[in-house]
Ligand binder design. Sequence first.
Ligand SMILES: [Zn+2]
Length: 323
Amino acid sequence: MKVIDTHRHIWQRRCWSESVKKAFAMVVARKQFPFLDHEEILPHIGERIEDLDGSKMIRDMDEEGVDVSIIHHIDWGMAFKDDAPATIEQLNKDHCELANRFPGRVYSLFAIDPRRRPGGVKMFEKAVTDWGAIGLNFMPPCGFYPNEPICYAYYQKALDLDVPVSIHTGFQHWPGLSNKYARPMYLDDIGVDFPDLTVIVNHSGMDSRASSGWWEEAVGVAETKLNFYLEVADWQKSMVRAMDDMAELVRKLKVMRDAVGAHRILFGTDQPAINQTDFELTKKWVELFEDLPNVARKYGVDFSREETELILHGNAERIFRLN
Ligand SMILES: [Zn+2]
């Protein structure tokens, strides 16, 4: 079965300011080497996942069984105060160029912090029309609410360009970012004001075990906002470990399917993994979805092959016009 990962990253250290590197080192120190001071691993941070030309991503995709990936760049600059060495325009352009090197296999979203980025909306338009970006990515925990007026010019532009908007929800991984902006409820206004804009609720409100309450909120919001899509990236990895409780995972997928329909659920991974365990979990994540009808049946839930095809590739192909 064709697999489209609608949420993946390319990590390149040149995209990171010193503060982002430090935040990343703190995350790794906590997750992998809790006995180490993050300062000790800081000089090596990102080495394992550094991918300057996309070749590591393609190797990972091949091993995971992922056919197509949509990469999300993140504009960290305003959250961490010190900007990355390259401009936001250059970083976005580079991501699009990298995606264009793998036609039919990799696509890129345009990413920006909507605050104080002069010419940002025009840049977004250029990214879609000239560079090949296929949508917009917002990371509200960098310090803005997704329903703030400053975001609305971008939503209007996305609507005019007829491309989806992908917005992070759920408690996130980075010290230095603010979780309060990541509540799914703040997307509700966007659904009211832009009922024709395709909005992807990244992580469906759950990017850690702690935000499972926000998962319910995300489903609740998406149920009545018929232009919203629920996405499951990162649920497989160490922050959530959804596959540790298969009965609960299948229940959650059923609740989502019953609330919004299989035609509004998207598969994702949030790769690359920072360790081998998460990489192995991602392979299992792909396998699980490919075999969803059989897996769900074991827990008394019916998922048809057609529904599985929609979640794994059909919905992404339709909303991003990948065919
Ligand atoms: Zn992500």
